[in-house]
Design a protein around this ligand. Structure first.
Ligand code: HEC
Ligand code: HEC
Length: 372
């Protein structure tokens, strides 16, 4: 056994393939996990009681009008807080793929179209949205008052009868948000590689598979993926047209960021609104200054690639079944189809079969899933 191991290590001379410049770029994808900053717009952010209440409510059908399903019915904790459907059936079939709810603390925009600028608003909308849980403020107040959660709610937020129905809705959303902030993807093989590079420990870094290193080189270089998928979350968290068709049916389109902005700009639940707990309204400059333009039509928020191997299918409509299909989509992208004007970032890549496999292997190392 020992002899075989020695043989193996001496016959395979693993090395670091990256140039100095590529190493520097690689460091920008970490460190991981990020440090946690409580959300100033949510006074129960990081409060253990609120986190516990949020976790319990997330799992419980009390948040849907007919008690038919919970947040967890779509965002299944057993399936990386998403599910394997392209588009989940709520009350009707939803227009978009269910995102995995991890690494959401501190983002500027939420949702595929960015209709929220904070996490408690993004947690509030599904409760009252007609297609999802369909509560009214009144029915929610009744349901929570009659539920076993009322004691915990009152310990955290005070007497329910002294609050109006909108206050109750916002408070529940803030407890959910406190819980969601705690959901972070684990460290990965990629993080070990990145940290070894930072320590200039090339022997340790060389344990990262060469195929994944070649994939990373494509990700940074010819693929231009890091133009949008950058930083520790592998997302600039901005909106782009990645060439995914945006027709919902023959006559209907998903307007993406355009509709998201319409929603955001008329929402009472923004960082600039009355429901933030931050007297300084930090972060509100974004919603105050953002403008709608025609080029927002059919653009979607760049998804994080952390944990991506666990969250198939992909894209805003769940139209691509696996990571191989995603890489082939970018490889063969039809630039005639790109609809957002002014952005010529994507173009056909002409990758070989080997290069496609390398890029997929790289993407897989961004998940904690142990590979055989
Ligand atoms: C019927 C399925 C379904 C249910 C139930 C549901 N969601 Fe979602 N969730 C989705 C879909 C689909 C999206 C993407 C919507 C969009 O961006 O247009 C989403 C988006 C989100 C987002 C934004 C994530 C991001 O990356 O920006 C948050 C936060 C969220 N849901 C939280 C919740 C909470 C909390 C509940 C329970 C109160 C809930 N969801 C219930 C399907 C569901
Ligand atoms: C112009 C910005 C941009 C570039 C460049 C880009 N992406 Fe994306 N990526 C996006 C956006 C936006 C989406 C979501 C598109 C949609 O759903 O319509 C996306 C989606 C994805 C997804 C699916 C994630 C999920 O959870 O559904 C993967 C995987 C991905 N990109 C990998 C890559 C790779 C690999 C490259 C390089 C070959 C790349 N991207 C280049 C912006 C970009």
């Amino acid at each position: 056994m020992t002899a075989a191991l020695v043989l193996l290590t001496s016959s395979v001379r693993a090395e670091v393939l990256l140039s100095e410049d590529e190493i520097q770029q690689t460091l920008s994808f970490g460190p991981w996990p990020p440090s946690f900053q409580p959300d100033p717009s949510n006074r129960v952010s990081n409060d253990p009681r609120a986190i516990a209440l949020g976790a319990a409510l997330f799992d419980h059908p009390v948040l849907s009008i007919d008690g038919a399903f919970a947040c967890a019915s779509c965002h299944d904790p057993q399936q990386a807080l998403t599910n394997s459907e392209a588009r989940t059936f709520g009350r009707v079939i939803l227009d978009r793929n269910t995102p995995s709810l991890r690494n959401l603390a501190g983002l500027r925009w939420y949702g595929w179209g960015g209709k929220s600028d904070n996490l408690w608003a993004a947690s509030l909308h599904p409760i009252i949205e007609e297609q999802e849980m369909a509560h009214s403020k009144e029915s929610l107040m009744r349901a929570i008052s009659e539920s076993t959660y009322i004691e915990d709610f009152e310990v955290i937020f005070g007497d329910v009868q002294s609050q109006d129905t909108e206050q109750v809705l916002v408070n529940i959303a803030k407890a959910l948000s406190a819980y969601l902030e705690t959901l972070v993807t684990e460290r990965t093989q990629f993080d070990d590689f990145r940290d070894a590079l930072e320590r200039s420990d090339l022997a340790e870094a060389a344990n990262y598979p060469e195929a994944a290193q070649r994939g990373l080189q494509l990700f940074l270089g010819r693929g231009n993926c890091a133009f949008c998928h950058n930083g520790p979350r592998f997302s600039n968290n901005e909106f782009h047209d990645a060439g995914v068709p945006y027709f919902l049916s023959e006559t209907e389109v998903d307007d993406g960021r355009f509709g998201g902005l319409n929603f955001l700009l008329s929402s009472p639940y923004t960082l600039d609104g009355d429901w933030t707990d931050d007297p300084e309204k930090q972060g509100a400059w974004a919603v105050r200054n953002v403008r709608r333009s025609h080029s927002d039509f059919g653009t979607f928020r760049t998804p994080s690639l952390r944990g991506v191997a666990e969250t198939a299918p992909y894209m805003h409509d769940g139209s691509l079944d696996d990571l191989d299909a995603v890489v082939r989509h970018y490889n063969e992208i039809d630039i005639e189809r790109l609809h957002a004007d002014g952005e010529a970032i994507l173009s056909e890549l002409n990758l070989s079969e080997q290069e496609i496999a390398d890029l997929v292997e790289f993407l897989e190392t961004l998940s904690g899933v142990t590979r055989p």
